[in-house]
Design a protein around this ligand. Structure first.
Ligand code: GLN
Length: 263
């Protein structure tokens, strides 16, 4: 019987900025190519999350108002199950607004503070005087060495995978990592978490936040495989993945790195 993964897509009708749903298309298609059965289920407003029913979560980006719209629903109907799952190691990818919401607070440009979900120890606040503009543009970052080394173990046969992630960012919020959270990557070009432009994204257990839209995964197949591998290894600890050709994906990735690597 082929392995099977259930991916839960949170709030696609509220949090799906800049084609973030493309990440689900990539995950589902790569599972198919690798002979892994994959079901994508949606959890929208008013729907209750059940712990132990999901192998991977995804939450995309949104306008400030979209983020505020989902917070009460998340705390009332989804928090307990998703908190339990992520503490148990279920992978979760949040992009931009989805990333910000996963933290403790999100202080918006109008001064309104939203209580985040507290899934990961980060906080986000509207730009201070040091930021004259939104953080917008192409974003290139070098993957955290620990995560990169673990990514390489996912393949049945060793393969050369990019040390970088590439994407596009557009956010006003400035995110700061707290105790127990490590950066996903070191910024090479663009901003990333905040105007200091030092680091991009975050990782806590198998919870990942990133500011990369694009969507993120089509040009970063190694990250897509990593999420799939982490989910699979909760069922089968020694699971490995076949290496897909990824010719177009990696060509697009290296083009972006070459073209946008100047800060
Ligand atoms: N509304 C948030 C901000 O502007 C996130 C935007 C997004 O998801 N691209 O920072």
């Amino acid at each position: 019987m082929p392995p099977s993964l259930t991916i839960t897509h949170l709030y696609p009708d509220h949090l799906n900025l800049y084609g973030d749903t493309g990440n689900l298309i990539v995950l589902r298609r790569r599972c198919q190519w690798m002979g892994i059965d994959c079901i994508v289920k949606v959890l929208s407003m008013g729907e209750v999350a059940q712990a132990g029913q999901s192998d991977l979560y995804f939450m995309g980006g949104g306008q400030d108002t979209d983020q505020v719209a989902v917070v009460a629903d998340f705390h009332q109907l989804k928090y307990d199950a998703i908190r339990a799952d992520t503490e148990a190691g279920v992978p979760f990818l949040g992009v931009c607004g989805g990333y910000q919401l996963m933290g403790h607070t999100f202080l918006m440009g109008n001064g309104e503070e939203t209580r985040g979900l507290g899934i990961i120890n980060v906080s986000t606040r509207a730009p201070g005087t040091e930021v004259k503009q939104r953080c917008i543009g192409n974003l290139i970052a070098e993957i955290n060495p620990t995560t990169y080394a673990d990514m390489q173990t996912m393949y049945a046969t060793p393969r050369e995978i990019p040390r970088t992630l590439v994407g596009f960012e557009n956010h006003s919020g400035q995110t700061y990592l707290g105790e127990g959270v490590e950066p996903l990557a070191k910024t090479i070009a663009g901003f990333g978490n905040n105007a200091a432009a030092a680091y991009e994204g975050a990782r806590y257990k198998n919870v990942f936040g990133s500011y990369m839209h694009g969507s993120l995964l089509p040009k970063n197949p190694h990250f897509a495989d990593y999420l799939i591998g982490l989910a699979l290894r909760r069922q089968q600890p020694d699971a490995t993945l076949p290496a897909l050709a990824d010719t177009e994906e990696l060509a697009a990735h290296s083009y972006a790195v070459q073209r946008y690597s100047q800060k």
